[in-house]
Design a protein around this ligand. Structure first.
Ligand SMILES: Cc1cc2nc3c(=O)[nH]c(=O)nc-3n(C[C@H](O)[C@H](O)[C@H](O)COP(=O)(O)OP(=O)(O)OC[C@H]3O[C@@H](n4cnc5c(N)ncnc54)[C@H](O)[C@@H]3O)c2cc1C
Length: 465
């Protein structure tokens, strides 16, 4: 063993887990593939340009003291370290500075976060079409924004947030095309009372809407039949709304239909998962201390279930307390007492989720694209080909790999996985849970072959040699 605890991911969940572990005296290492701590929400927060920081606002700057405390905590933090394999004995293999290396601890917290749900509409593979979160990554990372008019389409709080941030950065927002079906509002209403007990979120949502309306941004709701126009690159978005066909010209189309747990790690580790019909995504099964079905492996934050940054921070604390307890560094009583504030914070953050999940549930047509729409971008497999495979007897996503290489490209099915599961479920008349998900294998992301060679010849200093 090289450490007491390994944490993967330096977002709010991972940073908070590391800070808790440090206060308990655990020998901890935190690995993250990004150059700086912060995760998705607080990306680059310690080095961001002050003008961009002001534009991103106080929710973004909340991450700065967290990242600064981490830097002073004494935790071994290895940025730029891409974890590409984890064995079931919890040996972690990572790549940093072109070299692969291995670490091992009795406790492992994966705090690897969320990813945007794919939006497979006609034309979504054209240059100039991106996820809204990708545009935000460029803004946070380098202060870059699209130069031409931008259309944002889809649904969810992040869509509105990115629209506001781009508008404030001086981008021409040609329109917001909301795809949430009109029935969503009615289904969200029973959850409104609980959501009102966390009024800050609702107030933020209303402020964003007001900001966009006041700026005169064209806004369409209940839109369907979305298709990106353009031959060589995006030139606009066509859609139907209010019973009429529309077209908005744009050189950049940003798509977003919410975020889902990135389950590549948990799938790699073969732990138990459940299909969550409210979030239309897989979630690894975890207990109150973020412990999965594999002893010692904990998953904290949005990688376990989408609940936002403050919930992720609380979950990170609980996971670290669970880890310290499991290796007998704290007693039951100490663990439970220390967990109290995090438990309260988590429960407060969770109150609004049922409302948001119902309000922004993606439309059914998104999960069952038209036959000629590409779903697996890496291997260019269309929805029609997936349906054809189902009619030939293919019973689940793993079999589509044999038939067509669907899900076998560089992204390892990260982008198309949920869509393929849902198309097959629809076609076979089964539930997504019955159809299942892609089996994930190392390497999780493409790595240079030479870095494998560095593993084959461990140096005498290598702790696992
Ligand atoms: C693109 C995007 C933008 C978002 N922007 C916002 C926002 O502006 N405001 C907001 O409220 N919410 C935002 N969210 C939601 C937000 O991600 C969460 O609420 C919050 O960041 C979750 O925290 P976390 O610690 O669980 O994960 P994250 O913050 O996502 O942190 C996960 C970390 O794990 C690291 N990681 C992942 N895989 C590996 C690997 N193989 N090896 C090494 N490191 C790895 C990543 O580099 C990342 O730093 C965004 C989500 C996405 C997908």
């Amino acid at each position: 063993m090289t450490h007491d605890l390994i944490i993967i991911g330096a977002g709010p969940a991972g940073m908070s887990a590391a800070l808790t572990a440090a206060t308990l005296g655990l020998k901890t290492v935190l690995l993250d593939e990004q150059p700086r701590a912060g995760g998705q929400i607080y990306r680059n927060v310690t080095a961001v340009d002050p003008i961009v920081a002001e534009l991103l606002g106080p929710d973004y700057l909340h991450g700065r003291p967290l990242a600064e405390r981490l830097a002073r905590s004494g935790v071994e933090v290895r940025q730029g370290a891409l974890v590409w394999d984890v064995a079931r004995d919890l040996t972690v293999t990572a790549l940093q500075h072109g070299q692969s290396f291995q670490l091992r601890a009795p406790q492992l917290i994966a705090a690897t976060g969320a990813m945007e749900r794919a939006s497979p509409i006609p034309g979504w593979t054209l240059p100039g079409v991106m996820n809204a979160g990708a545009a935000q990554i460029a803004l946070k990372g380098t202060g870059s924004v699209p130069s031409g008019p931008v259309v944002l389409a889809g649904g969810g709080p992040l869509l509105l947030l990115v629209a506001c941030q781009l508008l404030d950065a001086g981008v021409t927002v040609a329109g917001i095309i909301e795809t949430s079906p009109p029935g969503n509002r009615r289904k969200a209403m029973p959850h409104l009372a609980a959501a009102l007990t966390a009024p800050a979120y609702l107030a933020k949502g209303l402020r964003m809407m007001w900001h966009l309306r006041r700026a005169g941004v064209h806004w369409f709701t209940g839109a369907s039949q979305l298709a990106v126009d353009g031959r060589e690159r995006a030139e606009g978005l066509r859609f139907k709304a209010g019973g009429r066909e529309h077209r908005l010209a744009a050189s950049v189309v940003l798509l977003h239909h919410g975020v889902v747990p990135n389950t590549q790690f948990s799938r790699l580790m073969r732990v138990a998962h459940t299909w969550d019909d409210a979030q239309l995504a897989w979630q690894p099964d975890i207990d109150a201390w973020c412990q999965t079905s594999l002893a010692g492996l904990r998953i904290a934050g949005d990688g376990a279930s989408i609940a936002g940054a403050l919930a992720a921070e609380a979950a990170g604390t609980l996971a670290a307390l669970g880890a310290a307890h499991a290796i007998q560094r704290i007693t039951d009583t100490e663990r439970d007492q220390r967990a109290e504030p995090a438990r309260r914070a988590l429960s407060k953050q969770l109150r609004i989720r049922p409302f948001l999940d119902a309000l922004y549930r993606p439309p059914q047509w998104l999960n069952t694209p038209a036959d000629d729409t590409v779903v697996c971008r890496c291997e260019e497999v269309t929805a029609g080909r997936v349906r054809e495979m189902a009619s030939l007897g293919c019973q689940g996503p793993n079999q589509t790999k044999f038939f067509s290489r669907c899900g076998m490209g560089p992204c390892q099915g990260r982008v198309c996985g949920l869509t393929v599961t849902q198309i097959l479920a629809d076609e076979l008349g089964k539930t997504p849970a019955e159809v299942g998900a892609y089996r994930i294998r190392a390497p999780l992301k493409p790595i240079p072959l030479a870095s494998l060679a560095s593993l084959a010849a461990p140096s005498p200093k290598d702790p696992l040699a």
